[in-house]
Design a protein around this ligand. Structure first.
Ligand code: FAS
Ligand code: PHB
Length: 410
């Protein structure tokens, strides 16, 4: 463990605790934890700095669907055991429109590929438990985190903890601090290009102790808007309703939510929907976002720090894992083979996958949601595309191949 600390005086006369490591990681979400874990298994030292508490991070209800590539990476990180025993393997999804459900069979259409339903909350807990057991250095509830020096060969992260100043001196910084993090915002505007599309709706998400209405996920496009019927187990449902982007959550009583979910389902599903007390209720805005490039000197942007997708395609967490897969391999090549080829290609390789996932997420979001400004002609063409996707092998295969996760380039 390269973790070394010493107290030194700072220019303004106070003192700071200096820590040295190889990789300084900002953010203890799935990206930061998975990167730290994969590097540690290769003997590469890191320190993770997180502004929230561990309980807060583990308590966030977010993604639910893991691609095979993400499952393989969690196995490589030796944290996949509970996922395999408690996760739910899914062989397809249903699309529901005009009051009818249509199966998209992943196994038939992709030559056997599937996805796993296993909540991001559980992934985060599994990673934290493994990192804890290995004595990993994770600083929770860090304040005033800043990143600097990434254009030099001595980048550093500064933060305050319990009133004390700390500085992490490292070889590289991994900005795993999400859309609202400090890493991307530390890049001068002239060095970064941002691409964004904000959608004219949001998702109201609920978690309820009630059996899912179907074994597979149901994506519903109804006259009243989109709804998604997902789950976390055979007794725990994760459900979403398209709502206005400026919706006040207090305007949605439990009763109104259950009524709206039933309206947006086919008759069979609506009859199976069993209202229950809500364990969680939140509204998530819908945006597509990409920052280019993803490398700035010796700092790399990873996961939501560099890109956001509307959750319709279940790509957010899987894209973050793909970035981590590539960066961890690139850092291992650097330290073990003195080969910086992958580090040099990191941004281009990640962005190639990111933009294909952005396209799919935008396409499925456009296909499944009611747009307030849509003309009757656009509504008809939307329904015609749903008919094409569910009644032709070409249309169905395109959805299936993207949903289960495209092959990695490298
Ligand atoms: P995260 O945002 O998860 O983690 C970043 C971490 O950095 C956080 O813990 C944060 O506290 C920390 N941080 C931020 N600023 C910091 C600072 N200055 N200093 C130190 N730490 C800092 N994806 C799906 O696939 N399906 C879904 O259904 C889905 N639902 C979502 C719902 C919501 C409300 C949100 C916000 C996202 C959702 N996502 C979904 C996407 C989500 O799963 C992300 O893709 C995933 O969390 C990405 O992981 P990270 O890149 O680690 O970023
Ligand atoms: C979820 O289970 O939270 C989930 C599943 C599929 C999606 C989005 C969210 O597309």
């Amino acid at each position: 463990m390269l973790f070394r600390s010493k107290l030194i005086p700072t220019p303004n006369g106070t003192q700071a605790m200096i820590h040295k490591t190889q990789i300084g990681i900002v953010g203890a979400g799935p990206s930061g934890l998975l990167l730290s874990r994969l590097l540690a298994l290769q003997g590469i030292d890191s320190i993770v700095v997180e502004r929230q508490s561990r309980a807060y991070v583990e308590g966030r209800i977010r993604a639910g669907v893991l691609e095979q590539g993400t499952m393989d990476l969690l196995d490589e990180a030796q944290v996949g055991e509970r996922m395999h025993t408690e996760g739910l393997l899914h062989v397809g999804v249903d699309l529901c429109f005009n009051g009818k459900r249509h199966a998209i069979d992943f196994v038939d259409l992709t030559g056997g590929k599937t996805v796993m339903v296993y909540g991001q909350t559980e992934v985060t807990k599994d990673l934290n438990n493994a990192l804890d057991a290995a004595g990993a250095q994770i600083v929770y509830e860090a304040e005033a985190v800043t990143v600097d020096g990434f254009d030099s060969d001595q980048p550093f992260i500064r933060y305050r903890k319990d009133g004390e100043a700390h500085e992490i001196q490292c070889d590289y910084i991994a900005g795993c601090d999400g859309f609202h993090g400090v890493s991307r915002r530390s890049i001068p505007a002239e060095r970064i290009q941002l691409f964004e599309r904000v959608y004219p709706f949001a998702w109201l998400g609920i978690l309820a102790e009630t059996p899912p209405v179907s074994d597979e996920l149901i994506y519903a496009n109804s006259d009243r808007g989109f709804a998604l019927f997902s789950m976390r187990s055979k007794t725990l449902s994760r459900l979403y309703i398209q709502c206005a982007p400026d919706e006040e959550i207090d305007e949605w009583s439990d009763e109104r939510i259950w009524e709206e979910l039933a309206h947006r389902l086919d008759e069979e599903g609506a009859n199976k929907l069993t209202p229950a007390p809500l364990l969680e209720k939140s509204i998530t805005p819908m945006r597509s976002f990409v920052a280019e490039p993803m490398r700035f000197g010796n700092m790399f942007l990873v996961g939501d720090a560099a890109h956001i997708v509307p959750p319709t395609g279940a790509k957010g967490l899987n894209l973050a894992a793909a970035d981590v897969r590539y960066l961890s391999r690139a850092l291992v090549d650097h330290y073990k083979k003195a080969d910086d080829g992958r580090l040099d290609r990191y941004s281009d390789t990640c962005l190639r996958r990111i933009w294909k996932a952005q396209r799919f997420s935008w396409w499925l979001t456009t296909l499944m949601h009611r747009f307030p400004e849509a003309s009757p002609f656009e509504r008809r063409t939307q329904l015609a595309e749903l008919d094409f996707v569910t009644s032709t092998e070409t249309g169905a295969r395109s959805l299936a191949e993207n949903y289960v996760g495209l092959p990695f380039d490298d």
